[in-house]
Design a protein around this ligand. Sequence first.
Ligand SMILES: [Zn+2]
Length: 53
Amino acid sequence: MALIELSCPICDADFALGGDEKPGDEVYCSYCGSPCRITADPYDEECQIEEEI
Ligand SMILES: [Zn+2]
């Protein structure tokens, strides 16, 4: 399984997902701890996450 990495919208760090995330899931940046929501299929290269208030 390929490692999925996303860029944190808060601190711009790249962090890896566990591999079973889905669109709409909330993830936490492993660097700054900010909660972020996955806005698209995390297995799509165009996937993005947005800050969760
Ligand atoms: Zn972060």
